[in-house]
Design a protein around this ligand. Structure first.
Ligand SMILES: [Zn+2]
Length: 182
């Protein structure tokens, strides 16, 4: 099922996917340079239903912006969740870019602890650094059941702590978590 857009177009287009090669969420707005188009060996996975996606619209003469499509243009089995995940991820990406614009700050998005075969439905976490301080900023989706959301956040927080404590250059880093960034 695909949701109709105000323009009358059919919205079967995803803006993000799980990248099985980098083991991270990929956001199309960050650019597709160097990424293989098509099914690409089932490299791109839907973050809502887990199905392998097709990367389209990457040719220089394409009349559309790049997008992810489910096989057969059938759309996602859970289109509302797919749209919600993309909307939440866009908020996170925009906030990452705002942090990057502040002098002295760096920011990346990561999906530590995510299992693409059992997607949490969470957008990536922002890891913002300033000097020796690192802050992990969560933006849980508003439509997720509270308990599921809290469990997923807790799992990821544990993954961040484990990952960061193994990194010598981040020794002494203080990590805290905020929620509901909008
Ligand atoms: Zn899907």
């Amino acid at each position: 099922m695909c949701a109709p857009l105000p323009t009358g177009m059919i919205d079967c287009m995803g803006s993000s996917a799980w990248d099985a090669v980098t083991n991270e969420v990929f956001w199309l707005g960050d650019g597709v340079a160097g990424l293989p188009a098509g099914l690409a060996g089932e490299r791109y996975l839907c973050r809502s239903c887990g199905q392998a996606l097709i990367l389209k619209g990457t040719k220089p003469d394409a009349k559309v912006l790049p997008y992810f499509s489910h096989p057969g243009d059938k759309g996602c089995a859970h289109p509302e969740l797919e749209a919600q995940i993309d909307a939440d991820t866009e908020v996170v990406i925009r906030f990452r870019d705002m942090i990057r614009a502040i002098p002295g700050f760096s920011a990346t998005v990561e999906s530590l602890g995510e299992n693409p075969k059992d997607p949490s439905g969470l957008p990536p976490v922002i890891i913002a650094c300033h000097g020796e301080t690192t802050v992990a900023i969560e933006r849980p989706g508003s439509s997720l059941p509270a308990l599921m959301c809290c469990g997923a956040v807790s799992r990821r927080f544990a993954s961040i702590m484990a990952e960061r404590s193994m990194c010598g250059s981040c020794a002494g880093t203080r990590i805290s978590s905020a929620s509901s960034v909008s």
